[in-house]
Design a protein around this ligand. Structure first.
Ligand code: HEC
Length: 151
């Protein structure tokens, strides 16, 4: 009898456990995409400033700082279990975590190089470095770890 009760309790609880995990993964994936969108926003804003099409009042530095903060969170955006659902992240991130971690490191190095160039205050230098940063971080990681979203 006791066993039946336990089994019954388990059967009742199991689906809710599953559901809460799905719920968590969905939240993480949405958050991850929001952070990526924020990264894109700062990137585009810097691109706009270096175009020289409007007066630069020192906006670049705070966008660079924000990018630095967002980049420091890159690893924590891909916890176990967040590989299924409405995501364009490829399973290689979780299958080969060490390789992925190296890509994160390289992306951060590319950011540091860009940050140093931006600190020069020269728009041309910053613009050139921004392109290299796009290739060496966003491009590098997306090429291997991001699926093309379905239109
Ligand atoms: C270390 C890896 C990595 C780096 C570096 C990286 N991304 Fe991503 N990015 C991803 C992955 C993986 C996804 C897919 C996320 C998902 O669908 O869950 C993504 C998704 C995105 C998206 C789509 C978000 C959405 O709503 O679906 C944008 C935009 C984006 N990245 C912009 C950038 C830009 C701009 C940079 C560089 C300044 C950058 N990313 C750097 C891995 C990276």
């Amino acid at each position: 009898m006791k066993k039946t009760m336990l089994l019954l309790a388990f059967l009742l609880i199991a689906p809710t456990l599953q559901a809460s995990e799905d719920f968590e993964a969905e939240g993480i994936i949405k958050y991850r995409k929001a952070v990526m969108t924020a990264i894109k926003g700062h990137n585009l804003a810097i691109k706009q400033v270096v175009s020289g099409k409007f007066p630069n009042h020192g906006q670049i530095s705070y966008h660079v700082n924000a990018l630095g903060d967002l980049f420091s969170e890159l690893d924590s955006l891909f916890p176990d279990g967040s590989d299924f659902g409405k995501t364009n992240a490829k399973s290689e991130i979780w299958d080969e975590p060490e390789k992925f971690s190296k890509t994160v490191q390289k992306s951060r190095q590319a950011f540091q190089t860009f940050k140093a160039a931006a600190a020069s205050g020269d728009l041309k230098t910053t613009g050139k470095a921004l392109k290299a940063f796009g290739k060496g971080s966003c491009g590098l990681c997306h090429k291997t770890y991001k699926k093309k979203p379905k239109k």
